[in-house]
Design a protein around this ligand. Structure first.
Ligand SMILES: C[S@@+](CC[C@H](N)C(=O)[O-])C[C@H]1O[C@@H](n2cnc3c(N)ncnc32)[C@H](O)[C@@H]1O
Length: 264
């Protein structure tokens, strides 16, 4: 399917929703990334591709009741679940179901615009970053967080190395539109006319298998859906991953590029 990279976000079954609640849960390791937004009480924030909304709630906590966070996402169920979560938490966050680009908000409507792990999936990352800049007020902050598929390191033992490479390549080939988005962000921010553009990379080593939900619900699933890897090979790969975790031989690094710029 030519537009699987987009369609797989529109069609998400309950099992995958449950997996994303784990994969995209808030974790204190996100703090230095969120810090780039320089959030303060009272600010209006847009979360571009808000997903299940766990991070959105953390942004809402920081802008307080006098501020507001708006999440926008292509998936209707994400929007509904995130809205219920915000209500339960008593936080000022609202969610809008809409594909992008373009972003359906007026020029300069937000003080801060945030986009985490989304730009690899959109039809045009350049147009989306330009839209993020457009909806930010003068002097406001735009920040994006993304990975880069050429910088993924997964070690589960020498015997599985070749299979790992094929599975990651098959997964990347179908699931993402711009696999090298991490290294492109800095240039895209400059092209969008943002100033004081700064890039940082955050990378923690997962040696205990925290990434298992992602490897199973995303990478393995994408590789299976690509039709390029036999299902029994994927099962064997997942078993190798479990064995590596059990043996203390699992090692996974997924660097996160964090780029921030100021709207003129
Ligand atoms: C990996 S999730 C990240 C969610 C959230 N930013 C987080 O970090 O928890 C990617 C999100 O982007 C959304 N998305 C992908 N392509 C989109 C598009 N073209 N328009 C709107 N949302 C999109 C998906 O529905 C999904 O919620």
């Amino acid at each position: 399917m030519a537009d699987y990279y987009k369609q797989h976000w529109i069609d998400i079954d309950d099992g995958r929703h449950a997996a994303y609640d784990q994969i995209l849960a808030y974790h204190p390791a996100l703090e230095p990334l969120i810090k780039t937004l320089d959030l303060k009480p009272g600010l209006k924030v847009l979360d571009v591709g808000s997903g299940p909304g766990h991070t959105t709630l953390e942004l809402a906590r920081r802008v307080g009741p006098s501020g507001k966070v708006t999440g926008v996402d292509i998936n209707a169920e994400f929007v509904a679940r995130a809205g219920r979560r915000a209500k339960q938490a008593g936080l000022n966050a609202e969610y809008v179901e809409s594909p992008f680009p373009p972003l359906k908000f007026p020029d300069g409507s937000f003080d801060r615009v945030w986009c985490k792990n989304v730009l690899e999936y959109v039809d045009s990352a350049a147009d989306t970053v330009a839209e993020m800049a457009r909806v930010t007020r003068s002097g406001g902050v735009v920040a994006a967080v993304d990975s880069d598929w050429d910088m993924i390191a997964l070690e589960i033992g020498a015997a599985a190395r070749e299979r790992t490479e094929r599975i990651l390549a098959a997964s990347q080939g179908i699931a993402v539109h711009e696999p090298r988005i991490g290294r492109r962000l800095h240039g895209l921010f400059r092209d969008a006319g943002l100033t004081e553009v700064k890039a940082e990379i955050f990378a923690g080593a997962d040696t205990v298998g925290r990434a298992l939900p992602m490897l199973k619900a995303s990478f393995a699933r994408y590789a299976r859906d690509s039709g390029k890897i036999a299902p029994r090979e994927i099962e064997a790969w997942l078993a190798d991953i479990d064995s590596a975790v059990a043996a203390g031989q699992f090692f996974f690094v997924l660097p996160q590029f964090v780029v921030r710029g100021i709207k003129r």
